[in-house]
Design a protein around this ligand. Structure first.
Ligand code: MN
Length: 244
């Protein structure tokens, strides 16, 4: 049986001139029934994939959202910023299944015209610990799920605890997006687009948690990618060359 192909954007190390991706992402896609492939910076839209996962990583160049960098902004990756922002804009223009994790959620928001806090504690004064000092899989703070959001539809529960490995967060939400979850300090922990098949960004790292709720996010993503693949296949079947 054919499976949906999921393109993952890898991280890039300038020091080692190497791309890299955590196995947590590829394993989560595999276990949810998809085939993970890596997407390298390229100007052509990868129409051979059925969904795109924007992975986590370092900070985004603040000039990309119209701000000068503050001291607390960390290492940036111009190669990733350029590729992922362009790719995300293209994917949002069409109804393409996309899942953004941590930096990936911030990329989605910036690609659509929103902005982020360069550093939560400096710019919001929040004292909630978003950079946990605990095993990566361990949930350290709770989030409230926005009623009727995609997360509410998937989980059908008002709150949950998640891991937290970030010092930046969505500030101005981009047009077309809505919040799907918030932490108790009022920060946006998940975003989504209602009219799309599956456009979801989460600030935590579901790929490292291995719980049934987090696994369900990948399953819904892969199901949306499968529907996209079917549409693509039907389109091919209607092509004159395939008529009997
Ligand atoms: Mn957090």
């Amino acid at each position: 049986m054919e499976k949906p192909i999921i393109g993952i954007t890898p991280d890039y190390s300038y020091e080692k001139t190497r791309f890299k991706i955590s196995q947590d992402y590829t394993q989560s896609i595999l276990e949810a029934g998809g085939i993970p492939v890596l997407l390298f910076p390229n100007s052509t839209f990868p129409s051979f994939v059925d969904g795109i996962l924007f992975s986590g990583g370092g900070d985004i160049d603040p000039l990309r959202f119209g701000e000068e960098p503050i001291r607390e902004n960390g290492a940036i990756s111009p190669i990733r910023d350029a590729y992922e922002l362009a790719l995300c804009r293209q994917a949002l223009e069409i109804d393409f299944p996309i899942f953004g994790i941590c930096r990936g959620m911030q990329i989605m928001n910036i690609a659509a015209g929103g902005s982020i806090y360069q550093d939560i504690s400096v710019q919001t004064g929040s004292s909630l610990k978003h950079n946990q000092q605990a095993p990566r899989s361990y949930a350290t703070h709770s989030i409230q799920i926005v009623p009727h959001s995609l997360l509410d539809r998937i989980w059908q529960q008002p709150s949950i605890a998640v891991n937290s490995l970030h010092h930046q967060a969505v500030s101005r939400l981009a047009e077309g997006f809505a919040a799907a979850a918030c932490s108790t300090d009022g920060l946006t922990e998940a975003i989504w687009q209602e009219e799309k098949e599956f456009v979801l960004g989460v600030q935590w790292h579901p790929e490292s948690m291995h719980t049934k709720e987090q696994t369900a996010l990948f399953r819904h993503f892969i199901e949306a990618a499968e529907r996209h693949r079917q549409k693509r296949r039907n389109f091919t079947c209607r092509h004159p060359q395939n008529k009997r």
